[in-house]
Design a protein around this ligand. Structure first.
Ligand code: CP3
Length: 344
């Protein structure tokens, strides 16, 4: 299907576009009262994720309300552990927990490589419905967690500041670590291909916990698997967002992905030098900046976009929106990105 507003896709393919395209990580859910109203009809977050009709509705809300240039499918990175046989629960105002963790070879025997046709049909159904209802307005982004971030949740069993259980295992049981990462990687490739087949126009890998590894471990336990996924996904443009992994930017130059996401710790011009001219950059406003006054937001947008000027880029935040952000400030951010005049 032809896409009417395809500016995000064109930027992801490497075009310098007539204005900066914009969407926001975690735009679906979190900040919109309209999202909370839909969620209140159900028992909780997971039921919403698994109800394709309503997942499609909250996916489209930010396109209607915030006027972003792309939709991202409403789901969670944790559907992959669940599809592998390691289910999660979402505890209100606390976050995810896993009643069963995967920490050694015998735990590994209890999980399998996900079969998206069977275990993740609610996501592909939500994508099909969303594509139909979007009717070509903007592209739809599919996503998955990067294998290391999924490994961190499956071994630790919950969120954590340090993920010291997950990191301990990298040191004490390398063989197991690589076996689990390998299965997550296979599951993720199959899952992303199923999302693309259902209609996702591009896909993003979220390596949210990249920054807790040192450079050597990151190369061995994360980047290697991201590389496998990027090599396998040839159908649509791939974005890699590795939060905190500024040290890996030079290595990402050679990754088979189209776009690299930057967090707000990263200087845009330095990242461009490290990655070279061949890729699109995405990011990287501090989500906390959206608490600032409209004037301050305008100033920050201008300095971010000036740093991107003349190179392929997609404006975004440097991590997901925080739940208590005022939607009016988000709308202002988006308007200012769209109105910014690049010097030619
Ligand atoms: O970007 C989008 O808007 C699409 C939807 C989306 C969600 N989660 C919905 C969600 C996406 C892309 C994610 C990714 C995700 N999930 C990541 C990677 C991005 C990042 O922020 O680093 C991670 C680490 C998770 C795991 C996760 N899911 C946590 C730690 C939590 C609890 C804290 C929180 O609110 O983020 C979730 C729950 C979750 N996932 C919510 C939403 C809208 C809030 C749940 C609710 O409605 O109660």
């Amino acid at each position: 299907m032809k896409i009417d507003n395809d500016i995000v896709l064109r930027a992801a393919r490497g075009e310098v576009t007539e204005r900066s395209p914009v969407w926001l990580m975690r735009q679906a859910g979190r900040i919109l009262p309209e999202y909370r109203a839909v969620r209140a009809q159900l028992s909780g977050f997971i039921e919403l994720v698994e109800t394709p009709d309503l997942a499609a509705e909250v996916t489209i809300q930010p396109v209607d309300i915030l006027d972003v240039d792309a939709a991202i499918i409403f789901s969670d990175i944790l559907v992959i552990p669940q599809a592998m046989g390691c289910p999660y629960q979402m505890i209100e105002s606390k976050g995810p927990i896993f009643p069963k963790t995967i920490r050694n070879a015998s735990d590994l025997a209890s999980i399998h490589v996900a079969d998206p046709g069977k275990d993740l049909k609610f996501v592909t159904d939500a994508i099909r419905i969303t594509k139909q209802r979007l009717n070509g307005r903007v592209p739809l982004i599919g996503f998955a967690g990067a294998p290391w971030t999924i490994f961190a949740y499956m071994t630790e069993g919950s969120g954590s500041k340090t993920f010291s259980v997950a990191r301990k295992i990298l040191y004490t049981d390398k063989a197991f670590s690589h076996q689990l990462l390998d299965r997550i990687t296979e599951s993720t490739i199959a899952y992303l291909k199923a999302q693309i087949e259902a209609g996702a126009d591009m896909v993003q890998l979220f390596d949210s916990w990249a920054g807790i590894l040192g450079p050597e471990q990151y190369a061995e336990f994360s980047l290697r698997y991201i590389e496998r996924i990027c090599d396998a996904i040839t159908e649509v443009p791939v974005t890699v967002f590795a939060k905190g992994a500024f040290f890996a930017l030079p290595a990402m130059r050679n990754l088979n992905c189209r776009t690299v996401g930057l967090d707000w710790h990263t200087d845009i011009r330095t990242a461009r030098e490290q990655i070279g001219p061949g890729k699109t950059l995405q990011g990287n406003a501090d989500p906390c900046m959206l608490y600032a006054s409209p004037e301050e937001i305008t100033r920050n947008v201008a300095s971010m976009l000036e740093a991107f000027s003349g190179t392929p880029h997609i404006a975004n935040l440097g991590h997901g929106l925080y739940p208590d952000t005022d939607p009016e400030h988000v709308k202002h951010f988006i308007r200012e990105v769209k109105a910014y005049k690049h010097r030619v």
